[in-house]
Design a protein around this ligand. Structure first.
Ligand SMILES: [Mg+2]
Length: 369
């Protein structure tokens, strides 16, 4: 079973350049305008200066004096994303979306040659329809397919012949493997393992010491054995709106009024994409950079900004900030279902919203999108 991974090159920046050719060839960053804005996407011309996603904008300007900064146009990117996902799905293979511009496509029982042919054709179709380049990797599993497409960016195609996964991965740093973060990477370096091939060949007792019950899984990944299926139907997993403040905010009423705006924003996006959401959550980054989140599961999906707002306020109160300074507030909806919500059930009247017991909270470090 072969898998293709597709990823548009420098998506937001490429859309901006496509729509304004005077930007072509310039070091470009798509970023907001607040004092604490971060780079959302950097063009390939900006990258040699060290400008990359998540870098604070003021830093990016220090690194690259000629940096051209364009504000994000999320609505436009979502529209382009829909076009691209239609192409990903047009041949009837299951599609698992990872973000607006990135997806796995399960290529079923195609032969290796046919899988490569299909992935190349999808790349060409995306370019023809959108003038955007998408890099692609084909492999026997998701992780190797993704590493392959990352490796050949931009505008690249790389296929790993089944059976060649281990030698393909062997020379790469261990941090390229899924689940090996900087901390684990540092621990592995501490015992002299820097390359994936060294991890694949290391002895069982050492692996067990390092990874416990995960050791067999880690070794499989290091050898490129990855049996996770493509999970279709996840084109849009969540929609969110977040804001980093110019100055830390302690006043809850200010946070609440921002949530009201964000709920409106998110509800609008839901309506535009003809979706409803059943999970509402808030994300807070405190001045000390700790990130916390709370979420709640509604009794029924909604796209009503007032219901989203009330659920978000409930989540905000559960964070028990107690006046702690906040630098970022985000509202996110997930558990998306197609279509408009049905009328609220009778027993819901007069209640701000309903919760399903046991809905998990999110807590701790948020991952970068
Ligand atoms: Mg991309």
């Amino acid at each position: 079973m072969l898998v293709a991974h597709f990823d548009v090159d420098a998506f937001y920046a490429s859309v901006e350049i496509r729509d304004d050719p005077t930007l072509r060839g310039k070091p470009l960053a798509v970023a907001g305008s607040s004092r604490r804005a971060v780079v959302l996407t950097a063009s390939y011309e900006a990258r040699p200066f060290g400008v990359r996603s998540a870098l604070p904008l003021y830093r990016a300007r220090e690194y690259c004096a000629d940096l051209v900064v364009v504000p994000p146009h999320m609505e436009k990117y979502r529209g382009v994303s829909r076009e691209i996902f239609e192409i990903f799905g047009a041949r009837g293979f299951p599609v698992e979306g990872l973000s607006l511009d990135e997806a796995f496509v399960a290529l079923g029982d195609l032969t290796f040659e046919d899988a490569c042919e299909t992935a190349r054709a999808i790349r060409a179709d995306v370019f023809e329809a959108t003038q955007l380049t998408v890099s692609a990797g084909v492999a026997s599993g998701k992780m190797v397919a993704k590493i392959a497409s990352d490796t050949c960016k931009p505008d690249g195609f790389l296929a790993v012949v089944p059976g060649d996964e281990a030698p393909f991965l062997a020379p790469m740093p261990v941090g390229r493997l899924w689940g090996i973060g900087p901390k684990t990477q540092a621990r592995l370096e501490g015992v002299g393992i820097t390359r994936i091939g060294e991890l694949a060949e290391s002895n069982d007792s050492l692996l067990h010491e390092l990874f416990g019950s995960w050791s067999a899984h880690v070794r499989d990944l290091a050898r490129g054995i990855d049996t996770r299926d493509v999970e279709p139907g996840r084109e849009t997993k969540s929609i969110s709106s977040e804001e980093t403040f110019e100055y830390d905010v302690r006043d809850e009423s200010q946070l609440v009024s921002l949530l009201r705006e964000q709920a409106r924003d998110v509800a609008e996006s839901l309506a535009k994409e003809d979706l409803s959401a059943q999970t509402v959550g808030v994300k807070i980054k405190r001045a000390n950079f700790t990130v916390m989140g709370r979420q709640t599961h509604l009794a029924e999906p909604t796209r009503d900004p007032r219901r989203i707002f009330r659920a978000a306020v409930h989540c905000l109160r559960r964070t028990q900030l107690g006046g702690a300074p906040v630098r970022l507030l985000g509202l996110r909806v997930a558990s998306l279902v197609p279509g408009a919500p049905k009328q609220a059930g009778l027993f819901e009247h007069g209640r701000p919203f309903s919760m399903v017991a046991g809905a998990p909270d999110t807590k701790g470090e948020a991952r970068d999108a």
